[in-house]
Design a protein around this ligand. Sequence first.
Ligand SMILES: *Cc1c(COP(=O)(O)O)cnc(C)c1O
Length: 426
Amino acid sequence: MKLNNMYQELGISSAVYEYGETVLKDLRERFDAIDQTAEYNQAKVLAAFQKNRVDAACFAATTGYGYNDVGREKLELVYADVFHTQAALVRPQITCGTHALTVALSANLLPGDELLSPVGAPYDTLQEVIGIRPSPCSLAEYGVTYRQVELLADGTFEYEGIRAAINEKTKLITIQRSKGYATRPTFSVAQIGELIAFCKSVKPDVICMVDNCYGEFIDTAEPSDVGADLVVGSLIKNPGGGLAPIGGYICGTQACVDRCAYRLSAPGLGQEVGANLGLMPALFQGFFLAPTVSAGALKGAIFAANIYERLGFRCVPNATEPRHDIIQAVELGSREAMVAFCKGIQAAAPVDSYVTPEPWPMPGYDSDVIMAAGAFVQGSSIELSADGPIREPYAIYFQGGLTWYHAKVGILMSLQKMMEAGLVTL
Ligand SMILES: *Cc1c(COP(=O)(O)O)cnc(C)c1O
């Protein structure tokens, strides 16, 4: 049976399929480069598993306090080796990326300290954590002040503004690698390294934290290789490899990670408690698969940009520029187009493919949000998914796909639904 026929069975017309093949022809070289990065990162992860003598004993479930949990301890050593940090905190008790970032911030900032974002406003959910939008238990409520320096119009750093913003109270600098729900560029690891070097030249003892969400394994280096004291992310994004059902990670200096462990559990207890609840096989295996899963998602993002840019939609990043995360923003220009795109992603899912996504007021976001995902792990955005706030410029953020082939089906299906709604013609 021909591939084209198989796609037709999924609901993708030959016109859409052929259009996709035309776009793909030009992407072979870029895909080869992505495979090389994945190969390097696969070796890096494998080496960390072997060095730490991961074995079947690591997969045993622990309950209760979880004292002497060999699996948890080795998983954290593996993460620390891959990120080249002194320590790591990786566990299911970290419920999501926002929680991991909250732990890292609140553990390392005390009343009277100031937090600085030199890269403009942080991700929506972090705004309540910091207190930019007032919230009970925000850092602001605990007497931590906040400053932010906007990016320049071209998306680069405003170094003089950053120098002026760093003062005697500045304790921690937070750098968000990925664009999140903004249409600014995502930063490369090299750019982040330059920014950290600059900040440390102004104030050597300032803690530099990187929100690494969606950036893991896209490069052969991570922000911790270029001076970050803390790198933080979610296990239902890249590093969970699609298998982790929950969790977050914080990798960094021993001093910073120790504080995070005390904040996460309790002062005095720290890293010593936290049962793994039987999740170790998924967390280890997911991390092992993460380099190739992230590579597949990256191919999907590039494919999406090349499909939609040719049809006249602004894509961030654009069809040809280098990539530093797996997120693809496509400015669709209208609510209807966002809904049609998301219908396609949903219809392409292995789970919940029959449901229709609708915009809704999601907690933590200041406008209605539409989300399409039919994932094995609820809310997992390393799995094929699309979401975006219903506001100007009506940008949909597409990400994930546990395999490149599934990401491809998702994008073709989104195009199919856009076509059926009369929003594009091929
Ligand atoms: C996803 C994300 C977060 C928050 O992670 P959750 O797991 O959704 O809480 C924070 N920052 C960035 C850049 C993200 O992409």
